[in-house]
Design a protein around this ligand. Structure first.
Ligand code: PMP
Length: 440
């Protein structure tokens, strides 16, 4: 680690100096999570295109991080750039409080992909989740939302809950400035645990279960056979709505896990990748739910009711989303990305097996992740226990020093339409070298 840290300093003097100069930023970075970095300072972005990122020190990287899914369409796809330029510069009008016709095209396309009949827009997945939660509470007249332990759905207050050591709901460690005891607003169950889910739903106070069909933010935790069917059956039985957050699981295919596994959520939220790099999010709801909500004269869905943002659904975001869905993250692109991801998984598995390491590797369409546990964890809590920050930092830094970026926070690699077999094979080779050194 000492050798790799010294090497990062040698390779990136300009990034290091920029970081040292950044005295007017909270934590020296534009967003505090940018300090989640394997080295002593972040590498500064110069430019990025497709599956490649170049830093200010002139090094080019194969980018498997892809903005933690924000750039799953590849960096700055030309067709999105053209749509953005057309909207912003030629037509003019990024944000005007007026709808554009692109929005109905996007709504129809999201319906084709995910099945939900009505759509509304946000700028982030976090806001899509916040607003979906508010609508769920309003329509069910129940106070609580249930989450899976160690899930992540953005900076949504209700979601920062885990199953504590005593088996009861508890604040997620490190939560900053919670407005109240999280158990007042939320319930929690382990992923893949239907018994615990039923015990919690039986209280009769849960408006919605908000979940990812596979956990993706604590490693990938895949659903066991029958689990998602059980969730749907139990939520229906207890009058609880089901919200699928497809922000990351969108990697499973053009309609995310919802289409790939024929799931039937009442609401669906998504963000990040759909805008091709321009901020955009969306939530979908069934026609029946939409009609019920719109029929409620006591709910202010137009002005101060707490669902909406001034720039949500703005003409620029919607134009970018249309271009991304119409031309970039197409059915064919997903097929290519999944094939590459399989290749990536096989490469990682080969090295793990060669060294007989007790690690596992899981894949969700275009996304692959390895975990320092074997067999692969079944729940978020098990997966959290398999974390090894030092080992993770070493691998990230080793790869970055050799021109490969993984997603900080985990060992996640995502493919985009521009990723090539050669990119994957380069990772396989460097990863094998890293393990050989570790095992050596
Ligand atoms: N949902 C999921 C599943 C996520 O992984 C994330 C972010 N990692 C979010 C929501 C929140 O996205 P954002 O921070 O872009 O609002």
């Amino acid at each position: 680690m000492a050798r790799e840290s010294a090497e990062a300093e040698r390779l990136n003097p300009r990034s290091k100096a920029a970081y040292e100069r950044a005295e007017h930023l909270f934590g020296r970075v534009p967003m505090t999570w940018m300090n989640k970095n394997a080295g002593a300072f972040p590498r500064y972005l110069d430019s990025a295109r497709g599956a490649r990122v170049t830093d200010v020190d002139g090094h080019e990287y194969i980018d498997f991080c892809l903005g933690d899914t924000g750039a799953m369409a590849g960096h700055s796809p030309a067709v999105v750039g053209e749509a953005v330029r057309h909207r912003f510069t030629e037509l003019g009008g990024a944000t005007a409080m007026l709808p554009t016709e692109d929005a109905e095209w996007v709504g129809a396309e999201l319906t084709r992909r995910f099945g939900l009949a009505r759509w509304s827009f946000s700028l982030t997945a976090t806001d899509a989740n916040r607003w979906a939660i508010r609508l769920a509470r309003a329509v069910t007249d129940r106070p609580k939302i249930l989450f899976n332990s160690y899930s992540y759905h953005g900076s949504v207050d209700e979601s920062l809950i885990v199953v504590g050591p005593d088996g009861q709901g508890a604040a997620r460690p490190g939560n900053v400035g919670a407005p109240c005891d999280v158990t007042l607003t939320s319930r929690v169950a382990e992923f893949n645990d239907l018994e615990q889910l039923e015990r919690e739903l039986a209280h009769g106070d849960v408006a919605a279960v908000l979940m990812e069909p596979a956990l993706t933010n604590i490693g990938i935790v895949l659903p066991e056979p029958g689990y998602l069917e059980g969730v749907r059956e139990l939520t229906r039985r207890y009058g609880t709505l089901l919200i699928n957050d497809e922000t990351h699981t969108f990697s499973a295919g053009p309609g995310g896990c919802t289409a790939a596994w024929e799931l039937e959520p009442d609401l669906l939220t998504i963000g990040k990748a759909i805008g091709g790099g321009i901020p955009a999010g969306a939530y979908g709801l069934s026609a029946e739910l939409a009609d019920r909500l719109l029929g409620r004269s006591d709910l202010d869905l137009v002005d101060m009711g707490g669902v909406g943002g001034t720039l949500a659904g703005n003409a620029l975001s919607v134009a970018a989303t249309r271009a991304t869905l119409e031309h970039v993250l197409t059915d064919e692109a997903f097929a290519h990305m999944a094939t590459l991801s399989e290749r990536f998984e096989a490469g990682v598995r080969g090295s793990i097996e060669a060294h007989k390491l007790p690690w596992s590797v899981s894949r969700l369409g275009a996304r692959t992740e390895y975990r320092f546990a074997d067999p692969a964890p079944r729940t978020g809590t098990e997966s959290a226990a398999a974390q090894d920050a030092e080992l993770e930092d070493f691998l990230h830094l080793y790869l970055a020093n050799r021109g490969i970026l993984l997603t900080p926070f985990h060992n996640m690699a995502l493919m985009c339409p521009d990723t090539t077999e050669q990119d994957v094979d380069t990772h396989t080779r460097v990863f094998a070298d890293a393990l050989a050194e570790l095992a050596g």
